[in-house]
Ligand binder design. Structure first.
Ligand code: AMP
Length: 251
């Protein structure tokens, strides 16, 4: 497995590649089975798989969340190697933002709702980094999780709007046995919060209406950012202490 910390070296390698199709999985690291399911799908469907591990500061609206974000490159690289990944992009911030974030992608409609209404600038940061990474990697197929449902749709719409020659592949949410969607942030939950966290998925699935799901979650002590429905999907973001959890289910 090749590891690139230098964008220049990555670009030289990318130009030399003959294999196709090329699959790409962008991540922020602290990898778990959710990420690995995307990697496995890419390895199955492509001649070559590239993964990026980059904690994108521009998508964090709270500096404490950015500073506390878990980092374990050694473990991540071992998991990616075992999964059969061909190359990993591990750039630092200055390599990705040579312009100091002077240029960015902004979406003015869907990104203002749901998570965007509670996290100013978040989706600008996400779309901008994904645009940069897709331009660097030039994959045929790029893999994103349904867990981040709003993000997946915004990325799909962005690639269509900018005529980007990439196929966006959606992958199902991977859950713990009690239903909690896997997330790098779950490590921040204490024992009590972790026990409670599974109720997010259960309430979204079982609450007959959005109002009832909201009431159940509030009654259990979740602080609610939103519980909403759109196009046959029920989406929520809640907080347990300092940890923000998101999830969505088909209805
Ligand atoms: P992140 O490292 O959180 O930016 O996530 C990288 C990619 O993995 C995104 O496309 C996420 O939607 C996806 N992902 C994260 N958690 C899960 C999960 N539990 N199931 C499926 N995909 C996930």
């Amino acid at each position: 497995m090749k590891i690139f910390t230098s964008i220049t070296q990555w670009q030289a390698y990318r130009s030399s590649l003959q294999e196709s199709p090329l699959g790409f999985v962008p991540t922020m690291g602290a990898l778990h089975q959710g990420h690995l399911s995307l990697v496995e799908a890419s390895c199955r469907q492509n001649a070559l798989t590239v993964v990026s591990v980059f904690i994108n500061p521009e998508q964090f609206d709270e500096s404490a969340d950015f500073e506390a974000y878990p980092v374990d490159h050694e473990k991540d690289l071992k998991q990616l190697e075992d999964a059969g990944v061909d190359a990993v992009l591990l750039p630092d911030v200055t390599q990705i933002y040579t312009d100091d974030y002077r240029f960015k992608v902004t979406e003015n409609d869907f990104s203002r709702r749901f998570c965007g209404a509670h996290r100013p600038g978040h989706f600008d940061g996400v779309l901008t980094v994904v645009m940069r990474l897709l331009n660097l990697v030039r994959p045929d197929n790029a893999y994103f999780g349904e867990k981040d449902y709003q993000q997946l749709h915004l990325i799909r719409d962005m690639t269509a709007a900018f005529f980007m020659p990439v196929n966006i592949v959606a992958c199902a949410t991977i859950r713990e046995t009690d239903g909690l969607a896997m997330s790098s942030r779950n490590q921040h939950l204490d024992e009590q919060q972790r026990a409670k966290a599974a109720a997010l998925y259960a309430s979204l699935k079982q609450g007959p209406t959005v109002d009832q799901a909201r009431q159940t979650l509030a009654g259990l002590g979740f602080e609610i950012d939103y519980v909403e429905e759109i196009a046959g999907r029920r989406l929520a973001a809640v907080r347990l202490g300092n940890t923000r959890l998101i999830d969505n289910v088909e209805i």
